[in-house]
Structure formats: C-alpha cells, structure tokens
Design a protein around this ligand. Structure first.
Ligand SMILES: *Cc1c(COP(=O)(O)O)cnc(C)c1O
Length: 455
C-alpha cells in the first residue's frame, strides 16, 4: 500500500468565511421569544449571556461571515481536517458504494467542538470578559472550551452532567489540566441545582439541567459570559468550516457525494458538514440526500414535537422553535452523552421540517457494533456519538450492495473515542443494553411546554 492518496485525500486551505444558511433558506428563521411575555426578543436581551459579536452572528442573515485572522491561525493547528476514503471498510462490507469521511477527531481535544470554542473565547476576550461558564455532556465541549480559555487567558467553569462525570473521569482531568473548574451537575452551587437535588436527590443530571446551572451563574456577574457548544445559530455557523473544506476536498478527489450523513445531539456537527452542501443545493445546485442520525433513546427529531420550548430544564433561557421532547425530559444514561439533549438546533429542526433532511434514530448496540467494525477496518476508535453516523453510513453502503448501486457516501466522524474506553469495555463485556424510548416521560415533559400564541 504505497499509494496513500488512495486513503488520505489531498487537503486545501482553511476557509476565510463561515457559511450562514439563513441567507439561502426558503423561509426566514422563527423569532426567539421572551419566556415571560411570549414576544420576540431583540439582540440586546441576550447581552447578559453572550458577547455582542456572537449575538450579531446569532441573528445575522448574511451569507458569508469573515473568520477573524487570529482564529484562522489557531484553526491551522488542526485544519483543514483530513478527508479519508474508507477503502478498507468498503472492502469489508463488499459494497459498490464509495465511503468518505471527514475526521474531526484530530483537534487537540478530539472532536469538532474547538471549531466554535476558539471563536467564542476570542470574541469574549475582545469584549473584556474574564470568565466563561458552560455545561458539558460527555465532556467534549467542556474540554474544548477549557482549551480555548487557556489560549485566551479566560477563567472557565464547567457544569458536567453527573452520569458523564462518573463515567468519564479523564475528561475532568483534561479540563483541569487546562486550568478549568469542573462540577458534577446537578450541584449545590446554584439555586436551580439545589432545587432539583431537593426533589430528586439521585438525579444523574441532563444537559438541560447543566445548562440552567451555567446560565444562572453567568447571568449573575458582569464580567462573566455563558458559552454554548451546540444548538444556536452561531455555533452551527462556526462549524461550517467542516463542510466547506469537505466540498473542496471532494472536488480535488474528483468525486461528489450523493448521501451526506452526521450524528445529531444539538445539531452542530451535522450542520457543519451538511449546510454548505445544502446551501449549494438551495441555490440551484446538485440535489443531495441528507441523513441526521440520532439516538433512539433521545429521539428529538423523529419523535419530538416541533414547537416553542425552553433550551433548559430550569426555564432560564429564551424560547426557541425546535424539535423537542420537552425541557424536563431526562434521557437514559447512554454512553453517547453528547447526544442526550431534549431539543435540537432550530436551524436543523427547520430543514427537517421543510423535508430537506431526513432523520433516523438508532439504538446504541447497533451503533457500537458499527463503531467496532469501523475501528477494525479504519484504525480509528470513534466517539460513541459518532458511531450513530457510522451506523447510518454502513446501513446505506449495505443497501447499495443489495441494490447493486455505486453511490457515494460522505459522513462526519465528529470525534475519536479514546476517552470513552469505559463505553467500549461495557459493550465488549455485554454490559450495555438498548433502552426503549420512554414515551410516557415525553408526554409528561411535553405537558409542561410553554404556552405561546405563535407555536
Ligand atoms: C458534542 C458531540 C456531538 C453532538 O453534538 P452536535 O452539536 O450534535 O454535533 C457529536 N459528536 C461528538 C464527538 C461530540 O463531542
């Protein structure tokens, strides 16, 4: 095997702009609403939580937003990220399909999350912020923000979902190495944490709860801002470097995808890969098939309701229109902790609602099975979250085999699983099971939806 270009495709330059899909959508995004009045809120209402530059990106309809030069410089440590052709996996599957994957696990914290952590820290520093507070599910976002905080000399405090805090102790060590403080959530440090613990002393936590704790803390101090690792428009925007690079790399490879796949927790790595391609399609270009792969135990896109809801369990955030299982829904403690969120990015929810993107839900055993097949063929152990995309890609490659079709599949490998060995230990030791989706809990959570006229 001397011809390595058959596996690793030539790279290109890091993009100079982020791509904003709002400019190309057939309908405008739905307004963000005040939780008390149900009225649309303006950018200034978000100022206690986010730096102004980030808020302006959140509400922007401009197609291209320039990436600041200092951010591009840091990106260059791991970007452009490699695009691989999964030749060995194709051989194992004996499929006529071509499989490509964009690998985001080569970043210093092992996932796509630094693509947004770096600019968020950059803008915070530029506006005189001293501290950033955030939540983290599996620990990937907390790791990325801790790293970014240390580059920009910002103090970082992380509320980590309790089940992950217990499952992934090395993620906590990672954050502390970069100088961040990490607390198991729900914690005794916030009012919302204390009230949840009073009611549910054994709470394993959820992203919705951890977000409430972080928002409560950030809103109390002037020199402190909140940072979110997914869901919001500006986060999806920052991730579009993935898809823009992939587009150029596919072109250099002389190929073009038919099917584009990524896993969805809050929707940011999916949007990062898919939106630049979808934008081209919306401007009259090639039609692609897009698949969002979500966990069957927390299936916001396939089983949730498309309506206005809170982003957090403690009801401190504004209301956004999205696919939701209800803000008090607590998903089972699956190992793909980064996918355990009750809602979905409003922009991803919108393109699913418009029929431009298809959503599929997968159980964890089938995902780990696909992840191990992938690891043995390609040599990279995927993050448990990413195995959902791999499952979907392998299913499509096997369908191609059945139908004798040589389609081209591109998926995002959002991160490596080198910190997730407990998950693999449990899977290989037959200690994991599939969780049926708890519809009763969803109905209970949806009964608490905010009452707003526009929904
Ligand atoms: C956080 C995370 C996800 C899920 O978040 P999205 O915003 O949906 O991308 C997926 N994969 C990895 C490796 C993650 O760290």
């Amino acid at each position: 095997m001397t011809d390595t270009t058959r596996y690793v495709l030539p790279t290109n330059q890091t993009p100079k702009f982020w791509y904003n899909i709002v400019a190309d959508l057939p309908v405008p995004p739905d307004p963000v609403l005040h939780p008390g009045t149900g009225e649309p809120i303006g950018p200034e209402a978000l100022a206690p939580l986010f730096p102004m530059a980030v808020i302006m990106q959140e509400v922007s309809a401009e197609r291209e937003i320039e990436i600041p030069e200092p951010v591009r410089e840091i990106y260059q440590q791991w970007r452009p990220s490699p695009l691989y052709r999964a030749r060995r996996l194709e051989n194992v599957l004996d499929t006529p399909a071509k499989i490509y994957y964009k690998y985001e696990g080569g970043s210093p914290s092992g996932s796509h999350k630094p693509n947004t952590a770096i600019p968020q820290a950059f803008y915070s520093k530029a506006e005189g912020v001293k501290n950033l507070v955030t939540e983290t599910g599996a620990g990937q976002w907390g790791s990325a923000l801790s790293l970014a905080g240390s580059f920009y000399d910002l103090d970082v405090e992380v509320f980590m979902v309790k089940v992950s805090y217990q499952q992934k102790p090395y993620r906590r060590a990672f954050m502390e190495t970069f100088g961040a403080r990490c607390h198991a959530s729900p914690s005794e440090l916030t009012e919302v944490g204390r009230s949840i613990l009073a009611e549910h002393p054994d709470s394993t936590g959820s992203l919705g709860i951890a977000i409430s704790e972080a928002v409560e803390m950030a809103a109390q101090r002037d020199d402190t801002k909140y940072a979110l690792g997914s869901v919001l428009n500006h986060v999806l925007l920052h991730q579009t470097v993935i898809g823009q690079e992939a587009m150029q790399q596919m072109e250099i490879a002389g190929d073009s995808p038919d099917i584009i796949i990524a896993c969805t927790g809050g929707g940011s790595n999916f949007a990062g890969l898919a939106f630049p391609f979808l934008g081209q399609q919306l401007r009259g270009g090639k039609q692609y098939q897009f698949i969002a792969a979500e966990p069957a135990s927390c299936p916001s896109l396939t089983q949730g309701k498309y309506t206005y809801d809170f982003g957090d369990t403690g009801h401190m955030t504004p209301l956004v229109k999205m696919h939701t299982l209800g803000s008090t829904f607590v998903p089972p403690g699956i190992h793909a902790g980064g996918l355990r969120y009750h809602g979905m990015a409003p922009l991803v929810s919108k393109v699913v609602d418009l029929g431009l993107v298809e959503a599929r839900a997968f159980h964890q055993l089938g995902c780990f099975d696909a992840g191990i097949q992938f690891a043995r063929a390609e040599g990279i152990i995927p993050a448990p979250e990413s195995t959902h995309a791999i499952r979907a890609a392998i299913d499509e490659a096997l369908r191609c085999k059945e139908e004798g079709k040589g389609q081209t599949i591109l998926f995002n490998l959002s991160g490596h699983g080198n910190f997730d060995m407990q998950a693999y230990t449990d899977y290989l030791g037959d200690q994991l099971k599939d969780h049926t989706f708890d519809r009763d809990q969803e109905e209970e959570a949806l009964a608490g939806l905010p009452q707003v006229g526009l929904a």
